[in-house]
Design a protein around this ligand. Sequence first.
Ligand code: ACO
Length: 381
Amino acid sequence: MSTAMQEMHTDIGLVNTIVARSSLSFINGEEGILEYVGSIDDLARNSTFEESTYLLWYRRLPSRTELSDFTANICSNYDLSETMWDMIVSLPRDASPMHALRTLVSALALEDPAVDDPSEEANMRKSMTMLAKMPALIAGFDRHRKGLDLVRPDGEATIAENFLYMLNGEKPTERMARAMDICLILHADHGFNASTFASLVTISTLSDMYSAVTTAIGTLKGPLHGGANEGVMHMLQKIDSVDSVDSFVMQKFANNEKIMGFGHRVYKAYDPRATYLKTFAEGIAQDTGNMALFEKSKKIEEVMDREVGAKGIYPNVDFYSATTYFSLGIELDLFTALFAMSRVSGWTAHCLEYLQNNRLIRPRCDYNGPHEQEYVSISLR
Ligand code: ACO
């Protein structure tokens, strides 16, 4: 082994490796703290998704005029080209929404004449395009697969209101829109999680923003990452009642299976987003007659605390967001797409930040295969 190789260390899964500096979101996994420049709690209580996105992109809160200009810009970008609407209705109806979203976001690049313009201004504009159009892509695909007419965006509405309007074909109540808005705020950023890191790998090659976000969507989809929220709901639906929770969870342990919505690479304390969402999910479940679901979730948490709480395994953001989305009447397989609709603000913010000091991300592997094997002709194998 060369001296340079000997100086390297192996870190499977990059558990103990810091790959770059970032001033976007601060996570203290031991104490369960998350800040996007400012406190997550403050933002969930007082901010909007639009304002939180401004905060992530510009790293400061906007003035009234700046926010109003930013919001107007988002609204003016809601609508899709006719080609994109046509593309939505050409997709197979039985496709999964995450596959559809990944394909459609990638397709947005095809109609951007400045797709490969690497300037910060162009990258900001592309970020805005994806942020504003993702609700139409997700809601449009959901209506298409149900055989419903597509609903064009409401250019006066917030991202949360506009999404629910395009999804359901009617304006949401204030409470529903605020619930959706809070979920979007809470999912907007989270340090160098797997999908954000994947987007950084792509952008570090000086590829384009659409490619970076497309990469991120594919990564978010996995059940160990954003796909867990859908998994939580499937699990809750399999459990008949609160009384069956204990045996259900114990059976999972016996089978060596993970409980979706629990555990986190960074948090060894309660995920602060889950703390917030737990109270929130309860309120919405109460309003919408879904308390049985919430009670089952609470019981799962109780059993998990008893069994693995000492290991630092607590509910993560996906656990109570599942109950929240379900109570809002959202289809299970849209949960992860909603996560993407929010996290696009963090993905793009990190890409914009990383590009200011870009260095190609290219780790090494610890080769443990054979050396100098003889090439055996195919006729002799
Ligand atoms: N259920 C049961 N046991 C668990 C769980 C779980 N959900 N999560 C971790 N553990 C146990 C592991 O079995 C392991 O036990 P051991 O030390 O006795 O072998 C220990 O806790 C450490 O777990 P790892 O999987 O090694 O931790 P890692 O940091 O690699 O993984 C992960 C974190 C992938 C999130 C894991 O906790 C998991 O699979 N959770 C379920 C899926 C999930 O909810 N993902 C969403 C995460 S949040 C997000 O991405 C938005």
